[in-house]
Design a protein around this ligand. Structure first.
Ligand code: HEC
Ligand code: HEC
Length: 315
């Protein structure tokens, strides 16, 4: 899929229509897949990674942990437009959820980290997040008996920056949320979602949302331009900031819609306060169409059916 270019509205529109023809007959079952009930993970690493995820020792002044901005009880994000890091410093981009991030093809809105392991360095180093370095964190952890022992039992070289990332990434890999009503519906439980959610799902497919939001994460598997039919007036340039290529301006990773009800506000800059606003905005900016209020309501009902129970690992 490549609706990512700076090409004019007409060719984008043509491409969208073309993709719709492909998408609709395929039917949704092939385009959205349920989250697997289990994922293979090294449980010793997961345990260690979980401890690290909740430990503010990762930040320079010992006040901020990963969980500060990724609250596992509330959707895996922080519910704020922009996150506050060390000394109350504010970032300029919305915190995404860590749940199901293992299914994303890249990490971060602009995809600058290839995988979860590479991602960990980002927040630890970021001056407005944890303002630290994994090297310094490793030195601190070596002095903590419990950590030294736990690392020693898993890794032959004990506490190292590499192993810290590895353990945290393994924990995140295990943070999946199977069994949303919609997944149960896909697996054959016909009454797992309401008739309105079913209608919303049909609209999600027939109106074209599915063109960009599909796969196991209903997103997270390719990049696309934010603002195809209308200029999104975004101050963040997206992938352009990494590649410097004109065609990457305002191109972001299409976000996952899993548990989306729990991660307001929406968009990379948190501009949409409610799910309704987010759907209206998508409809206008990405599809160039206005939807009826009842259509939006139905899509919102569908999106709410994507909320899964909090997995035992997060508790
Ligand atoms: C001060 C708040 C803050 C802290 C602390 C923080 N994060 Fe984040 N996290 C964010 C923000 C904001 C983004 C989005 C940044 C971007 O895309 O440029 C993000 C992005 C991510 C992503 C990418 C998800 C995706 O869909 O692209 C993962 C995974 C993640 N963080 C995990 C972690 C881990 C692990 C830690 C601890 C080592 C951590 N975060 C600490 C705010 C924070
Ligand atoms: C052409 C691709 C495309 C289409 C079609 C599309 N989206 Fe999106 N969607 C995106 C991108 C890209 C973003 C991220 C925008 C940004 O930069 O903040 C996004 C963001 C979202 C978000 C916010 C996610 C979050 O975590 O903040 C929601 C909700 C959403 N889309 C729902 C929909 C719905 C519903 C439809 C159909 C009406 C739709 N999308 C159609 C590409 C698309």
């Amino acid at each position: 899929m490549m609706i990512t270019t700076k090409r004019g509205g007409t060719s984008s529109a043509l491409l969208l229509i073309l993709l719709l023809f492909i998408a609709v007959p395929l039917g949704a079952n092939t385009l959205i897949r349920p989250i697997p009930k289990h994922i293979d993970a090294d449980m010793e690493k997961v345990k260690l990674g979980k401890k690290l995820f909740f430990d503010p020792i990762l930040s320079k002044d010992g006040t901020i942990s990963c969980a500060t901005c990724h609250n596992l009880q509330e959707g895996g994000d922080d519910g704020a437009r922009f996150s506050s890091g060390i000394e109350g410093k504010k970032g300029s981009i919305n915190s995404p959820t860590v749940y199901n991030s293992t299914f994303n093809f890249r990490q971060f809105w602009n995809g600058r980290a290839r995988d979860l392991k590479e991602q960990v360095k980002g927040p630890v180093k970021n001056p407005v997040e944890m303002a630290h370095s994994l090297e310094e964190v490793a030195e601190k952890l070596k002095k903590e008996k419990e950590y030294a022992t736990a690392f020693g039992a898993i890794y032959s070289d004990g506490v190292t920056p590499e192993n810290i990332s590895d353990a945290i990434a393994e924990f995140e890999k295990a943070l999946i949320t199977p069994d949303s009503p919609f997944d149960r519906y896909l697996r054959g439980e016909k009454d797992a979602i309401t008739p309105e959610a079913k209608k919303g799902y049909q609209l999600f497919v027939s109106k074209g949302c599915i063109i960009c939001h599909h796969g196991v994460n209903i997103g997270g598997n390719f990049f696309n331009k934010f603002g195809i039919f209308h200029d999104a007036n975004s101050s963040d340039m997206g992938r352009y900031e990494i590649t410097g290529r004109e065609e990457d301006k305002y191109v972001f990773k299409v976000p996952s819609l899993r548990n989306i009800e729990q991660t307001a506000p929406y968009m990379h800059d948190g501009r949409a306060k409610t799910l309704r606003q987010a759907v209206e905005l998508m409809s206008q900016y990405q599809l160039g169409r206005d939807m009826l209020p009842e259509e939006i309501d139905a899509i919102v009902a569908f999106l709410r059916s994507l909320t899964a129970p909090i997995p035992p690992l997060a508790k």
